[in-house]
Design a protein around this ligand. Structure first.
Ligand code: 9Z3
Length: 329
């Protein structure tokens, strides 16, 4: 980050210092930053909006030569599915996702054994192999393939992978700095389920923890909240959406509102573990909008992400317009 010339607020300075001292920069960050920068320049010159979608859980190692790690439930479906709807709404998408979590388009066939869905029809030994697809095993495959190919042809989707918490944090920072020049046209859609706890490298055993030493007690540190530097330092003009997950429905909206008060970004999407596929609440400073799938929509296999993305891209348009008017005054 270039020095802005202004002193950092104490919370921002605390988070960025901890990130710099406790999380070494992983090797792939530099090349990912170059790719993201080329992607943003390409779409910015076309006047397109760009959204960073984060997706999937994070892996928190317990040993430096890692045999064991802590993980969480996130499948990456919310992020993968939302990325498709953002693409359909005209956004270019940087998809920052956990390695092997669900991926846009192909996510529809997760769990299908491809080898059961394909048959070869050409003679054995011929150079080009013709393959027949069982459309019952891969429903809607032709449409999905065409959508994917159109997105690929127009270079609208950039895939960036992370695995560990450290990789996630540094790639998020690199992405934010790359998107910052887009100003209000940049959107952050932070749907990844990032661990709140970790063991610093300096406190981690090098080798596999021995069960012969008896029951295991571990103390974990709090992960620095990177929403603070993201909103205040890295991309201060962008439209930022975070997600709040709870298991207790009676507290989720209050918690979302508290996050909004603390970080002062634009939107928190509140969701509850058991009902997250059918119901969310979009919380902003002025409003609270419940999005729910009706029984009929569930039968038609409508996805809640379609509603979320529709709501947020409209809110983003308003935000861009408000910022334009403010800078003109
Ligand atoms: C979410 O709340 C996402 O909607 C889910 C999606 C992870 C629940 P899936 O990947 O699930 O489709 O299986 N993401 C953010 C969760 C989170 O960890 N938020 C933190 C918190 O609630 C802070 S941003 O404190």
């Amino acid at each position: 980050m270039e020095d802005s010339g202004f002193p950092l607020s104490p919370t921002v300075a605390f988070a960025t210092n901890r990130m710099a001292t406790e999380f070494a920069i992983p090797s792939q960050v530099e090349s990912a930053a170059t790719k993201m920068s080329e992607f943003v320049q390409f779409h910015s010159s076309a006047g397109r909006r760009v959204v960073l979608v984060t997706s999937g859980g994070t892996k928190v190692p317990l040993e430096s030569k890692t045999v064991r790690f802590l993980d969480n439930f996130s499948s990456g479906r919310r992020g993968a599915c939302s990325a498709e709807y953002f693409l359909a709404s005209g956004y270019a998408v940087i998809f920052l996702h956990r390695h092997r979590s669900l991926y846009p388009f192909v996510r529809k066939y997760a769990g299908v054994n491809l080898l059961d869905a394909l048959q070869t029809t050409s003679e054995e030994g011929s150079v080009t192999v013709r393959v027949e697809v069982d459309q019952k095993a891969l429903p809607n495959i032709i449409h999905v393939l065409h959508c994917y190919q159109a997105v690929k042809k127009d270079r609208l989707l950039l895939s960036v992978e992370f695995n560990t918490l450290s990789e996630y944090l540094h790639l998020l920072k690199a992405a934010a700095q790359t998107l910052s020049p887009l100003g209000s046209k940049a959107m952050f859609y932070l749907a990844a389920a990032v661990s709140d706890f970790y063991i610093p490298a300096s406190e981690m055993p090098e080798h596999k923890i021995q069960s012969s030493n008896g029951p295991l007690q571990i103390t974990m540190k709090m992960v620095p909240k990177m929403l603070s530097p993201l909103v205040k330092e890295w991309a201060p003009q962008a439209f930022v959406i975070s997600f709040k997950l709870e298991t207790d429905p009676s507290i989720v909206v209050d918690r979302a509102r508290k996050a909004l008060d603390t970080y002062r970004h634009q939107v928190v999407v509140a969701n509850v573990l058991d009902t997250r596929r059918g119901c969310v609440v979009i919380v902003t400073k002025e409003s609270q909008t419940e999005l729910v799938l009706s029984d009929e929509e569930i039968l038609k296999e409508v996805e809640i992400e379609e509603k979320i993305v529709c709501n947020l891209s409209a809110a983003h348009s308003n935000f861009i317009e408000e910022q334009r008017i403010m800078t003109e005054q």
